[in-house]
Design a protein around this ligand. Structure first.
Ligand SMILES: Nc1nc2c(ncn2[C@@H]2O[C@H](COP(=O)(O)OP(=O)(O)OP(=O)(O)O)[C@@H](O)[C@H]2O)c(=O)[nH]1
Ligand SMILES: [Mg+2]
Length: 455
C-alpha cells in the first residue's frame, strides 16, 4: 500500500523564487506565474510528484510573506500558552478580521499547519533584515520541520555566510543552496536527502522518488542523445545531385533543409527538458528564443568553434562538399579543394565512382561537409549539457563555448560510414529507416555519450 503523500510547503518572503523552485522540482515551466516583482503568487497552489498513479509528494506554492513585523506583534498580543505556537496561529486563523488584514500571511500559515515540512526560500542577496527574522519566527511557531533554501547564491551579491549565521541563531540548521532554476540532479538529491533526514516516516517514499528521478534523468539524456545522433546520421547521409551550373541553387536549398533539421533537433531537446515557449528566452541557455543565433553555414561560426577549414575536414566550409562527377573520374567541384581530398577521402571518391553508375556529365554531388557536421554535433551536445546543468551556470548569459567535439581530424566512423548510405537520410527521397541505420544511430549515441561526459 502506498503511504499518504508527503505534503511539502514552499514558503518565504515575496519574490524570492518560490514558484521558480516549484517549477524546477516539477520539471515544468507551466506551473504558476513567475515574475520579477513581489506579489506574483496570490493563492496557495498545489501540484504533485508522482510515479505512475502513485502520488508521492504534494508540493504547495504559496504567496510571499510581506507583513511579518506587524503579524508578529499581533500574534504576541493573542491569548494562549506561550510555548504553543500552533495554537496561537490557529487562533489567528479563526479570527475573520485578522485573516482579512493578513490575507497572504494567513494563507501561508494555514498551509504550514497542514504541511509535513516546509522549504523556506531566501533571496541570499538580501541583507538579513529584521522582517525576515520575524518571518522565520512566525513560521517556526507553526511547529513544522523546515529547511532553509538559499536562492540566488550564484550572484556575487550573495550573503550566504550572514544568512547561515542568522539561521543558526533561530535554530534552523538545515540549510541548502539551491539556485531555483537548477536542474542539477545532485543538488536536488541533496534536498530530498535532507527531507528524508528530517522525516523518518517518509524515508522509503523519498528513496522511491529519488530512484524514479534518477531513472527519468537517465532516460531523458538517452533520448536527447538519440535525437542528436539521428540528426547527424540524417545530415551525414544527405546528398543531392545537381548540374554543375546550377549547383548554387541546389546547395542553398540543401542548406535550408539542414537548418530546419537542426531546428527540429533543438525543438525536441527543449521539449524533452520541458521548456515552455517563454522559457526559451532563458539567458542560461546558449540559444536565443529556442534557436541558435549563428548560421551553421557561416565560416565565422565554424571559426568560433575552432573547427579548421580549408582541408578535407573543412572542405568548402559553408559551401558543402561538392564532388564533381562530370569531368572524367572524380574531382572536386571547386578546384581549390582537390588537393585536400586526395588521400584523406579516397574512400569517399571510390564510393561515388561505384554508386554513380551513370555518370552524367556536368553534374556534381553535394553533401554536407565534415566541418559543418562537427559544428552541428558540437553545439547540440553543448545545448544538452546546458539543459542538464541549467541554473548552475553563472548569472551572465552563457555563450556557446566554441568547443570542437572531435578535435582530431576525422569524424566518428559511424558518421563517415553514413556518407555511403544515402537511404539513411530522411532528407533524401530514397530514405529507408532500416535496421542498419538504427544500429548506426545507437552506435553514434554511445560515442556522443562519451563526449558529453567530457563536456
Ligand atoms: N537568476 C536567478 N533568478 C531567479 C532565481 N529564482 C528566481 N529567480 C527570478 O526571480 C524572480 C522571482 O521569482 P518567482 O519564482 O516568481 O518568486 P516568488 O517567490 O514565487 O514570488 P512571489 O510569488 O511574488 O512571492 C523571477 O524573475 C525569477 O526568474 C534563481 O535562482 N536565479
Ligand atoms: Mg510565486
Amino acid at each position: 500500500m502506498t503511504p499518504r503523500p508527503l505534503k511539502l510547503a514552499v514558503v518565504g518572503h515575496t519574490n524570492t523564487g518560490k514558484t521558480s523552485l516549484v517549477r524546477t522540482l516539477l520539471r515544468s515551466s507551466e506551473f504558476g506565474r513567475v515574475a520579477d516583482r513581489g506579489g506574483t503568487t496570490r493563492q496557495v497552489t498545489s501540484s504533485t510528484l508522482a510515479v505512475g498513479e502513485d502520488v508521492l509528494i504534494e508540493l504547495f506554492d504559496s504567496p510571499g510573506l510581506e507583513n511579518a513585523p506587524e503579524l508578529i506583534d499581533t500574534l504576541e498580543a493573542l491569548p494562549g500558552a506561550r510555548h504553543d505556537g500552533p495554537e496561537r496561529i490557529a487562533r489567528l486563523l479563526d479570527d475573520e478580521d485578522l485573516r482579512e488584514r493578513f490575507d497572504h500571511e494567513s494563507r501561508v500559515l494555514e498551509l504550514m499547519l497542514q504541511a509535513d515540512v516546509a522549504l523556506y526560500v531566501i533571496d541570499a542577496r538580501e541583507p538579513v533584515l529584521e522582517k525576515y527574522q520575524d518571518e522565520l519566527d512566525i513560521l517556526g511557531q507553526c511547529g513544522k520541520p523546515m529547511i532553509a533554501v538559499l536562492n540566488f547564491t550564484a550572484s556575487p551579491a550573495s550573503r550566504q555566510a550572514q544568512w547561515r549565521d542568522a539561521l543558526a541563531r533561530v535554530r534552523l540548521h538545515s540549510v541548502l543552496t539551491f539556485d531555483a532554476v537548477v536542474r542539477d540532479p545532485a543538488t536536488e538529491t541533496r534536498l530530498f536527502e535532507k527531507l528524508a533526514g528530517l522525516l523518518d516516516e517518509f524515508d522509503a517514499l523519498i528513496t522511491r522518488w529519488l530512484e524514479h528521478r534518477r531513472n527519468e534523468e537517465a532516460n531523458r539524456a538517452q533520448a536527447a542523445l538519440d535525437t542528436i545522433a539521428d540528426m547527424l546520421i540524417d545530415l551525414a547521409a544527405f546528398r543531392s545531385t545537381a548540374p554543375e551550373a546550377g549547383q548554387d541553387i541546389v546547395w542553398e536549398k540543401m542548406q535550408e533543409r539542414v537548418r530546419q533539421r537542426e531546428q527540429a533537433c533543438v525543438d525536441t531537446l527543449l521539449d524533452l527538458y520541458r521548456f515552455g515557449r517563454e522559457d526559451r528566452e532563458d539567458e542560461e541557455l546558449p540559444t536565443s528564443g529556442g534557436r541558435w543565433e549563428d548560421d551553421p553555414f557561416d565560416t565565422e561560426t565554424l571559426r568560433h568553434y575552432g573547427i579548421r577549414t580549408g582541408t578535407w575536414t573543412g572542405i568548402g566550409a559553408g559551401t558543402g562538399a561538392a564532388v564533381d562527377v562530370g569531368t572524367g573520374g572524380l574531382t572536386l567541384g571547386t578546384g581549390t579543394l582537390a588537393g585536400a581530398l586526395i588521400g584523406t577521402s579516397a574512400g569517399l571518391l571510390r564510393s561515388f565512382g561505384k554508386s554513380l553508375t551513370a555518370r552524367i556529365r556536368g553534374k556534381v554531388v553535394l553533401m554536407i561537409d565534415d566541418a559543418t557536421l562537427r559544428l552541428l554535433a558540437s553545439r547540440q551536445i553543448e545545448l544538452l549539457g546546458a539543459l542538464i546543468r541549467r541554473g548552475h551556470a553563472s548569472q551572465t548569459p552563457m555563450r556557446a563555448s566554441g568547443r570542437d567535439l572531435w578535435p582530431e581530424r576525422r569524424l566518428p566512423r559511424t558518421l563517415r560510414q553514413a556518407r555511403y548510405y544515402p537511404e539513411w537520410s530522411s532528407l533524401n527521397a530514397n530514405h529507408r529507416g532500416n535496421e542498419e541505420r538504427r544500429r548506426a544511430v545507437k552506435r553514434l549515441c554511445r560515442q556522443l555519450e562519451r563526449l558529453r561526459e567530457g563536456v
